[in-house]
Write a protein that binds this ligand. Structure first.
Ligand SMILES: NC(=O)c1ccc[n+]([C@@H]2O[C@H](COP(=O)([O-])OP(=O)(O)OC[C@H]3O[C@@H](n4cnc5c(N)ncnc54)[C@H](O)[C@@H]3O)[C@@H](O)[C@H]2O)c1
Ligand SMILES: CC(=O)[C@H](C)O
Length: 246
């Protein structure tokens, strides 16, 4: 029996990188997964592969900058799966290390829209169902940029600090009503987002390597499972030790 047997999970940002690994890991643990994102071809490929592996998955097209997409996408999930137990808020974009002078308003707004407002809109959509059940799990994704400067630029680092605040407030408001909200704060993980990060940067990591999406996914499984029911409002660092020297 898997650790997420009979759980229904919405994986936003599930069509690549860490989100894809989370979708696969949740399905391996017995969850039914709605893989949500903008990239239909990738999403459908992942769903097919999960199903070939005896998992249960659907693809839902969601652009998290559109509240309407979240509403429709979530309705589709409820139609197919009947309920939701786990929201994984994994969509995100980087700002290519632009400092405050280099960052134009459009870039700043986009970063906040995807990295902060999207998770808020998604949580707002699913919370009424979770609250009615008196149980639900929300996992947000921070970064080492949640704690320190230097792994992003002005808008990325601001957004990743903000998402920690949102996670805490979710716990403050809804922890006593059965909602478990936590943040995973990965360091450098080998995904499309960090392609091109040079080897010199990786030498700064005590672990002497980048992390793997599957390593983030195993923490997500723990946070989604009942094993972590006393972990609430936490920010779990997994950065190979990078932040200890900052
Ligand atoms: N890779 C790393 O080193 C690293 C480190 C710390 C945190 N993170 C965070 O992990 C999360 C996943 O990133 P990743 O590294 O897997 O990179 P990624 O680029 O593979 O994943 C980001 C996903 O978000 C999706 N996305 C972006 N904008 C969207 C939108 N408007 N609507 C729906 N989906 C959208 C992308 O399509 C993609 O699937 C991000 O929040 C990122 O900030 C990554
Ligand atoms: C992409 C990211 O969050 C950095 C590397 O921490």
């Amino acid at each position: 029996m898997g650790r997420l047997e009979n759980k229904m999970a919405l994986i936003i940002g599930g069509t690549s990188g860490i989100g894809e690994a989370v979708a696969r890991a949740f399905a391996d643990e017995g969850a039914k997964v709605a893989v949500a994102g903008r990239k239909e071809t990738d999403g459908k490929r992942i769903v097919d592969e999960i199903e070939e592996n005896d998992g249960k998955a659907i693809f839902i097209r969601i652009d998290t900058t559109k509240a309407e997409d979240l509403k429709k996408g979530f309705s589709k999930m409820i139609e197919e799966f009947g309920t939701i137990d786990i929201l994984y808020n994994g969509a995100g974009i980087h700002d290519s290390y632009q400092n405050a002078v280099e960052t134009d308003e459009e870039m700043y707004d986009k970063l906040m829209e995807v990295n902060v407002k999207g998770p808020f809109l998604a949580a707002r959509e699913v919370l009424p169902v979770m609250l009615e059940k008196g149980k639900g799990t929300i996992i947000n994704i921070g970064s080492q940029s949640t704690f320190v400067a230097g792994a992003g630029g002005s808008s990325y680092v601001t957004s990743k600090h903000a998402i920690e605040g949102f996670t805490k407030q979710l716990t403050y408001d809804f922890g006593s009503k059965g909602i478990k909200a936590n943040l995973i704060a990965p360091g450098f993980i080998t995904t499309p987002m960090v392609e091109g990060v040079n080897e010199e940067r990786l030498k700064d990591i005590p672990a002497q390597r980048a992390g793997k999406p599957e390593e983030v996914a195993s923490i997500a499984v723990f946070l989604a499972s009942e094993e972590s029911d006393y972990v609430q409002g936490a920010s779990i660092k997994m950065d190979g030790g990078w932040t200890v020297g900052r």
